[in-house]
Design a binder for this molecule. Structure first.
Ligand code: HEC
Ligand code: HEC
Ligand code: HEC
Ligand code: HEC
Ligand code: HEC
Length: 399
């Protein structure tokens, strides 16, 4: 045991492993149930969001990506979980693992370790919850691009909530105004929604770089417009709850059909023997964007009268290759194929040879969360990953 201990110490010195840092959130604040008494409406919005599902136990795609990543890189499963927690679970009390932990894990000596305890913390299962965003004290924009999530911020002391109002008071917690909760909230979103990199340092998505504001902020679309309501239901003003302009906490994105519908404008016309399809993107970020391996599908249904005579399918997606040029998942990619997304506030034009016998064609555009390739590699079972969500559809008479 003594020799092993020395060996581990030597390894940890060699690899400069960081000591586990314990981040404390008092029991009174750690989970969203603690906020329900006064912010029930916001807790209910958030519970339906995918921020509430960012823990690996709640998202099949994320969980299977972790397992696949661990298998291919031979890094321990828990080591990978800690790595991904940087953005998916930033309240974790251990922020990195070193070679010493990897050796412990291989030898089966990791039980009861700091890392395993940190990952077993039940509070983490809430993922990106209230005390992730509202306990951010500072965002270090001066740090290099590659510092994201937990590495880009410092926390407020437990019990201090950063918020959008400069005149709020609460008997339950302290309150402090921050510009990244008010006028400058894009900065908060870019803590995690930017510079997502693979194991091989390939940046497969960067929303901050592609973002073209056009006067809109992330929260305008993903938390809805400001509307009259209450921030807290506690009766703090003449025996009544204080009226405020508030937003929803739904953070709806690509997992919701109502967000996907009409997110692109479709125009189609005939030019000689070609069917020209133009997709215009009014949104300030690319579509698809965010996670890699998302997909746009264009379906062409050729008709003669009401009879369908032929179907064509065009896929717009990005494919990822590992070091040996084999298909892989975004997080393991060394290279990627051309970006096929429709650029922010831009357009993409595609031409397809028409079917000669057809009198008309129905052109339909769909969105899919995971393309065939990555779904196959990870063996994703839930139908949400393969479902075709409608964006727009147009009928074109052919000459
Ligand atoms: C006992 C009631 C109560 C509980 C429980 C409570 N809050 Fe509050 N909270 C308030 C009140 C009152 C305000 C001020 C509302 C106002 O001024 O309109 C407030 C304001 C806030 C604000 C806005 C601060 C600002 O400056 O804009 C945030 C963020 C917040 N609370 C987060 C939380 C979180 C997270 C929890 C759970 C860990 C929580 N609160 C639990 C009563 C409560
Ligand atoms: C992903 C980050 C994020 C998470 C998670 C989050 N909030 Fe917020 N919250 C914000 C932002 C940003 C605003 C300011 C929105 C604006 O006014 O532009 C806000 C505003 C608020 C406000 C002021 C009233 C309002 O709705 O505008 C309260 C109170 C609040 N949040 C409580 C909570 C509680 C309770 C939770 C957990 C259920 C929570 N928040 C989770 C980002 C977050
Ligand atoms: C602490 C990191 C972090 C911060 C800060 C953060 N997000 Fe997220 N966000 C994530 C992660 C991780 C996911 C993916 C969760 C999953 O699908 O498992 C996500 C998912 C989303 C989605 C996709 C939801 C869907 O249905 O597809 C939207 C939209 C979103 N976030 C908007 C925002 C906005 C707006 C802000 C700023 C107010 C913000 N996020 C701040 C990490 C963060
Ligand atoms: C004008 C409205 C609008 C604004 C502003 C906006 N988005 Fe979106 N966003 C959308 C729509 C519509 C979708 C759904 C279509 C899609 O998934 O590509 C979406 C999708 C997303 C997704 C899921 C993407 C995917 O394909 O997985 C994320 C994450 C996201 N937005 C984050 C952000 C962040 C962060 C900002 C600010 C930097 C932002 N959005 C600003 C409209 C907007
Ligand atoms: C830089 C911050 C960051 C890190 C680190 C990170 N992610 Fe994410 N991840 C995000 C954000 C933001 C989203 C939401 C993007 C979207 O929905 O389009 C996301 C979404 C995902 C999704 C899609 C989930 C869904 O429901 O569609 C998967 C899978 C995923 N991440 C896997 C991983 C894995 C595996 C790791 C660790 C190897 C990891 N992520 C590390 C920020 C991060």
């Amino acid at each position: 045991m003594k020799i092993l201990g020395l060996f581990l110490l030597a390894c940890s010195l060699l690899y400069g492993a960081k000591a586990a840092k314990v981040v404390n959130v008092g029991e009174k604040f750690a989970e969203s149930k603690n906020c329900k008494a006064c912010h029930l409406h916001l807790v209910q919005d958030w519970q339906k969001s995918w921020h509430a599902k960012s823990h690996f136990k709640k998202d099949e795609y994320f969980q299977k990506s972790i397992e696949y990543y661990s298998k291919k890189t031979r890094k321990s499963l828990n080591g990978v979980k800690v790595e991904c927690a940087t953005c998916h679970n930033p309240r974790i009390s251990v922020t990195s693992t070193g070679m010493d932990y990897e050796i412990e894990a291989v030898l089966g000596l990791d039980k009861g370790s700091k890392v395993n305890k940190a990952l077993d913390d039940d509070h983490l299962q809430e993922g990106i919850n209230c005390v992730v965003c509202h306990n951010i004290d500072k965002i270090h924009s001066d740090r290099d691009q590659s510092y994201r999530g937990i590495n880009r911020i410092t926390w407020t002391p437990s019990g201090v909530m950063s918020g959008p109002f400069d005149d709020a008071k609460s008997p339950y917690h302290k309150v402090e105004y921050r510009d990244f909760m008010g006028g400058n909230s894009n900065k908060l979103c870019f803590v995690c929604h930017a510079n997502d990199k693979s194991h091989r340092k390939l940046v497969f998505t960067n929303m901050e770089k592609e973002f073209k504001s056009g006067g809109k902020k992330c929260v305008d679309c993903h938390m809805g417009p400001k509307r009259e309501g209450v921030a807290s239901t506690l009766r703090i003003e003449n025996g009544k709850a204080k009226k405020r302009m508030i937003r929803s906490h739904g953070f709806k994105g690509a997992h919701y059909e109502d967000m996907i519908k009409d997110s692109l404008e479709l125009t189609t016309w005939q030019k000689d023997d070609d069917i020209v399809i133009m997709l215009e993107n009014p949104q300030p970020h690319n579509i698809p964007s965010g996670m890699g391996a998302r997909e746009l599908l264009i379906e062409l249904e050729y008709k003669n009268g009401s009879k369908i005579i032929k179907k064509d399918l065009v896929s717009l997606t990005t494919h990822y290759k590992d070091r040996k040029k084999k298909p892989t998942i975004p997080h393991l990619a060394k290279t990627m194929s051309k970006d096929m997304s429709v650029p922010a506030q831009g357009q993409k034009v595609i031409k397809v040879k028409r079917e000669k016998a057809a009198r008309s064609v129905q052109v339909s555009v769909y969105y899919r969360l995971v393309n065939d390739e990555v779904r196959g590699l990870l063996d994703l079972k839930d139908e949400i990953w393969s479902k075709k969500m409608p964006i727009a559809s147009k009928r074109l008479k052919l000459k």
